[in-house]
Design a protein around this ligand. Sequence first.
Ligand SMILES: [Fe+2]
Length: 420
Amino acid sequence: VADPRPRKSFSLLAQPLDRAAFVAYLLGAVVPLAALAWVVARWVRPERLGEAARWGLLGLLISIAVLSLGAFLVLRQTAQAALGRLDRDNRRLQHLLEASGSLAAAADDDEILRLAASSAAEVAEAAAGFVVGPVRRGGFDVLAAYPAGEVRAARRAAIFAAAESAAETLRPGILAEEGGDPAALAVAVPFHPGNLGGGGLVVAHDTKRPFDDSETQALATLSSLARVALRNAELREAERNFFTHATNLLVATLDRYLEDRSDHSRRVASLANRIGRELELPESRLERLHFAALLHDIGMLRVPRQHVTDLEEVRRHAELGDEMLRPIRIWEDLAPLVRHHHEWFDGSGYPDRLAGEAIPLESRIIGVAEAFDAMTSERSYKPAVSIALALERLEAGSGSQFDPAVIRAMLSLDRQNALG
Ligand SMILES: [Fe+2]
């Protein structure tokens, strides 16, 4: 597998360092040597020396020159090696920082495992990265691979062995694959990819290469980051599950309480969602709109049953819904949307007589969806009206009771036959 990532050179640092070393060599060795040669030529007259002494002097000058040149080359090589290590550590740190950001933003477990595999390959500058872990049917399997695709048999054996060793000893497992072509070396650090037990975060090289401590440390850090990301995804999922089921429970309770208008909340939520999409709301706002629409009349649960036909009592449901939702952390941002769903666009609604843009858009949408559903569904005290008549009445209220933009969205949905 070819490595698709370009290797950055350390020339930026190396060039000034090369120049500095060369200047130091010139000033510390070449100039004094030249001065010495000049002094010898000027003051120690060659004709005063014997033949042997003359050759001796020349040899001395040449050996000093060779030694100083050698010292310069050794210094240059040592400095470049140190810079190479520094540069690689910097790149590794950069990859870890990037991985930390993308792991935190990952949507689900599969994406986290894929990111862990690709980041492992990047951090270790390896040909391939894998997440290996136990599976339900027993044994280990590759849960994510970078690059994606089938893992060849020889490499499979090496990464499984390295992962098993890491999972068992909770230390890095480093393994050389014998007889492979080309020989590969795999290194694994312990990693818990799920609830089935320990596995490993593994990288593999195409050519045999020793692994240093900083590489395994970086992989171990990546393993911890991915573990935290998995845990956070689990918590988010649990919160979402609770949110959805608790909302459903409340909606079912409300439906039982107001038998006459059962399923009103679900129909309003569904229509509000279609209007929201027509108005091109982003996905996150559509989700809030959906839950606010489901819960918009929840305040009715606090209106005594004998008063559910008393208009003054019923008008309190918007405020009561706000009071019920506000203290509950997962619902507090829905509370204002519920509170204002009976405000009028011209400011003559309730409970706060807000007008125009001051009314949250979600509340304006719920207001229209609720009015439409109330008109088009049959109640014990009144028959249903047709969609055409309901739309006519909505249009008549555009600008006074309803937001004209929301009414335009309703008419556009009607043209698409999406109101049936
Ligand atoms: Fe309402």
